[in-house]
Design a protein around this ligand. Structure first.
Ligand SMILES: NC(=O)c1ccc[n+]([C@@H]2O[C@H](COP(=O)([O-])OP(=O)(O)OC[C@H]3O[C@@H](n4cnc5c(N)ncnc54)[C@H](O)[C@@H]3O)[C@@H](O)[C@H]2O)c1
Length: 286
């Protein structure tokens, strides 16, 4: 099936990036938030990203304008009536997501594909909010931040996900220039399951005073050739997001390696969520 119109729910960090990359390859994109100001703020973020791309010579001014013209900000869920693909990137909260999917199921065309960008919530539990007829078209489409830069999509296959939907998302990923890996619907899927124990262990070493945050990060960057150290990466992802994903992994799989470190819980409780609040394991701007 061809995907021409993409409806993106949630215009935050991930949603605006997801909207941008689809508009950039010629898709018509509707960017939805229940509050129009937030939807428009997401579109303004896209405009700013594209302006930077023009300044760096990556795209022309004409391409910037054409891409932006394909993005419509809205607070009307009924715009999903025209969607071939709905991508949901709203708060990582199962109740918020299921309520939204239930409403979208009643609005979007029967053939529309439903994709959640959840980092950790079970795809089958989200799909259960939709009708049985929809479930073969329901899957996880897990992008990585920043979306315009990171060339991976983790495709999560639920128990009911069908071949047609999977093939359509693979074809779309090709158009986006992103590589696909497939994960079963298990806690943390593949990438976060591998990543989180590393971040947690770095946090435990920091907590025990084994080394400074800078030395732990330098160790991974210089000694392991990682592009970012584990503590700066955790700050970049968001410490609240890391804590949420570790909890899902720990509850779902057990294993001491997934247990959220005390220092992480304390930082989140204190409102220090990493780069976005100016303080986490490091302070920002650095
Ligand atoms: N931050 C990351 O690095 C990352 C990476 C991959 C996946 N994710 C996942 O992407 C999703 C979004 O994360 P984010 O980092 O963009 O969060 P964010 O807080 O930046 O954005 C979430 C947006 O959803 C909006 N929203 C809330 N309820 C809504 C509703 N009912 N309808 C429409 N919009 C609604 C909020 O107003 C907010 O703008 C989460 O499921 C998260 O787990 C995040």
């Amino acid at each position: 099936m061809s995907i021409d119109h993409v409806f993106v729910a949630g215009a935050g960090l991930m949603g605006h990036g997801i909207a941008q990359v689809h508009a950039a390859i010629g898709k018509r994109v509707t960017l939805y938030e229940p509050d129009l100001t937030r939807a428009e703020a997401g579109r303004a973020r896209i405009a700013a990203n594209l302006e930077r791309a023009v300044a760096k010579g990556r795209i022309t001014q004409a391409e910037r304008e054409a891409t932006l013209a394909r993005v419509t900000a809205t607070d009307e869920l009924s715009s999903a009536r025209a969607a071939d693909l709905v991508i949901e990137a709203v708060f990582e909260d199962e109740l918020v997501k299921t309520a939204l999917w239930r409403s979208l199921d009643a609005i979007a065309p029967a053939a529309a594909i439903f994709a959640s960008n959840t980092s950790s919530i079970s795809i089958d539990r989200l799909a259960a909010a939709t009708s049985e007829a929809r479930r073969p078209q329901f899957l996880g489409m897990h992008f990585f931040s920043p979306v315009p830069v990171m060339p991976l999509i983790e495709l999560i296959r639920g128990a009911a996900t069908g071949e047609v939907a999977e093939a359509a998302i693979r074809a779309l990923a090709d158009e986006l220039g992103k590589q696909v890996i497939v994960s079963a619907d298990r806690p943390g899927f593949l990438v976060n399951r591998v990543l989180m124990p590393l971040l947690a262990e770095a946090m435990r070493a920091y907590e025990e005073g084994t080394g400074t945050a800078d030395d732990i990060d330098t160790g991974a960057r210089v000694g392991l050739n990682h592009p970012m150290g584990p503590l700066e990466l955790a700050d970049f992802i968001g410490l609240d997001v890391c804590l949420g994903v570790m909890r899902v992994l720990h509850e779902g799989l057990g294993g001491a390696q997934f247990e959220p470190p005390r220092v992480l819980v304390e930082l989140v409780d204190a409102g220090h969520l990493g780069q976005k609040t100016g303080r986490g394991f490091h302070t920002y701007p650095r």
